[in-house]
Design a protein around this ligand. Sequence first.
Ligand SMILES: [Zn+2]
Length: 356
Amino acid sequence: MSRTVFILGAGTSKLAGAPLMHEFLDVADDLMHAKGPGETYDDFELVFKGINALRPAYANANVDLSNNIESVFAAFEMARLIRQLGNLTDQEIDGLPKAMRRVIEQTLEKTIQLPVSGEQVLPPRPYQDFADLLKNISKPGDRNPNTASVLTFNYDLCIDYALHFNSIRSNYCLESGATGGLKLLKLHGSLNWAQCPKCSKVTAWRMDQFFSGRNWTLWPETKQVPLNIASQIKQYNHCAGASAEEPFVVPPTWNKTEYHHVLQPVWQAAINELREAEYIIVFGYSLPPTDQFFRFLYALGTVGEVRLKRFCVFDPNTEVENRFKELLGPVVKDRFVFRRMGFQNAISEFNQFLPK
Ligand SMILES: [Zn+2]
């Protein structure tokens, strides 16, 4: 038996249209300036007002926040704590983190398009290939002892839709002890998750729930469609009569203490997966120097007996190789493999690293 854990980062949704983290705010800015008649971009305007108010701070602190969404999100949360940011009112400061979530939601919904073929809406490239790979490794229901799970830092729904499209049940592990299905652990939240305003639980508006009773409107000339679950999240109720205003996504910074109590089952499940993993395969996650979260998670997950046989990283950027080498302890270092390639090619190359 083998246990394979896939780790996905922003690079895996690049082909589907999603901006990378360092491009995110530029893309959001372009969307705001290209707004059509009748469209409102209040949240975008507030976010960019906040970013402008941060500018003097960058000049003094020699950190570039201007196009780094991680730092901006963190700075907004800090501003809310100390209730001070340029000439913004208290109300505006309070609204920044929420506005940021909506900007993330709308930017991803507008940039990621699902391709249409005939009357079918397909998963975006190359997620169908990835779903095939997952099916090959862990065919459910037969005597195949191999398992696969997916840890992802992405908020978008590309993988969720690919699994749904292929009738693979996903398990977000939002509740401790949730069993069955392919573990899909979204460490920073997801565009189809919401925190219930009544009971504070974070729950998922599952794809099968969303699509029951809903159909795509497809015309013969329709080539692609957006998957706009997040912008309809108000229609999802956990407790009767209570609905969240925006999806549950958390800043990609290490200080996640504010979210700890609700995301704990997900992070715990991720640690367990890393601990049991024989194969860890990283696609499109560049281990940014600012992301201490994954470093801690990995360290906690690999304490004790090492079962790991291979740690493979596929990334088009060679700098990423050294970052991972620094992360891995001496025991794992000789099991490390780096291949300079993107997600699409990596999927086809991948099979040679698996056990025969
Ligand atoms: Zn509730």
